[in-house]
Design a protein around this ligand. Sequence first.
Ligand code: NDP
Length: 490
Amino acid sequence: MMELNMYINGEWVHARSGKTREVLNPATGEVIALAAEGDVEDARDAIQTARQAFDSGIWSELPAAERGRYLLAIADKLEQQSEEIVRLETLDNGKPLRESAFDVADAVACFRYYAGIVTKPDGQTYHVSDPMQTLVVREPVGVCGLIVPWNYPLLMAVWKIAPALAAGNTIVFKPSEVTPVTAQKLFAIIDEVGIPKGVANMVMGAGPTVGNEIAESHLVDKVSFTGGTVTGRSIMRAAAGNIKKISLELGGKSPNIVFADADFETAVDYALFGIFANQGEVCSAGSRLLLEDSIYDRFVARLVERTKKIRIGSGDDPATEMGPLVSQAHMEKVLRYIELGKEEGATLLCGGNRITENGLDKGYFVEPTIFTDVTPEMRIVQDEIFGPVLVIQRFSDEAEAIRMANDTPYGLAGGVFTQDGAKALRVIKKLRAGITWINCFNPTYNEAPWGGYKQSGIGRALGTYGYEEYTEVKQININLQVQPTGWFEE
Ligand code: NDP
């Protein structure tokens, strides 16, 4: 049984209360670890430590290239230990091994990307009026509170930790209480490479206590959060006390639009990938499939045929294509949405049940599920379900597709399938969403900004945009002729 502790001021510590929480394998319901269950006091210890470390300049005043070297060392160690970390990610989250492998490789690449960014040209200079010269420089924000969810436990941690540390901030990181295992490995690596004590801290515990303290504390300068929109709203309120900088990566109900002239098999394949990859526990999932009238019947038939072939099982079986949902509570939420869909009058085309056969009865497995005959106001069309549940909508022309695509409070992602390049770009430009794809769905790159319009969030992760979120901008006005202004007479 693994024992997971918090990492504060370079030490591994238990919760002050001594409390622990059981961490379960979602494929079997078995306890795999006991995690320290921190509380507000533990969060305060970590915040205080990060504050002192930032104010001391021990990290922000290091040469940028040296910070970069620490990040490269973390990347190397992550890569060396990747086999074990992949196994642990699957054990804790449930996702198939091939997805964990992808996540760990992406996490390694993310550290390397931000290690490179820090030494690249930065800032601006302006020739304002003589004799003044203005410089614009970027500086770290200060203490950053980083709160992540359970769907990509390691990768979401790295998307925040890598740019935050690269930019010279100190951090207080909180994993989801459901999936703290790989974050533990990451902090062990942070410890091994010798990042100065107090710079990187990890607290564990419940969101409403530990997470809320991070969002509320006046010693924290910025909070960066990924998770549900309801929690995002609560964090925004908590952050208002000291006008924290905030970055929010929230949910979505993203449209995947397929026109009749699309490459049929490619579109079917991506429709499947868009919603059922990672069990549908993906913020950018293509959870609404919009099909043009003339291909509707053929497309739906082919999609159902392929959906029924998805191999579901424990993530650690290399043959598994879709694993269990992350927890019993989340599985129950998804099953309630499926019931709601039926009550709302949608047609359940396939799936809809918990899977209990073939030894899966102890895990949280849900069949890939497809609904048709939905109307725009149904909750299953409007709400983020965050599981393997697809709703299919039908449209007759480009204008209707765009109207339907934008008709939710979310604006995270969207995709278009057509072989008409001009139409693809026309439609994409009308989508009120931050991440879009043409003739594909879901690919994500460390180089490109990630984030949403509308209620899908504030700010962007990844790329140079994601780096800038962890910086403040300072203007420096330099007088090149040192003499009085003469504004007031002597
Ligand atoms: P949350 O958004 O509540 O959790 C994400 C993180 O925020 C976790 O670390 C959680 O802590 C923490 N947290 C929870 N409440 C607070 C709070 N008041 N203040 C500060 N931090 C807090 O996700 P849930 O697990 O509750 O999932 C709910 C729904 O959110 C899902 O069904 C899905 O629709 C959506 N979601 C979206 C994600 C995305 O990537 N866009 C990711 C995950 C969920 P802890 O869980 O440890 O208590």
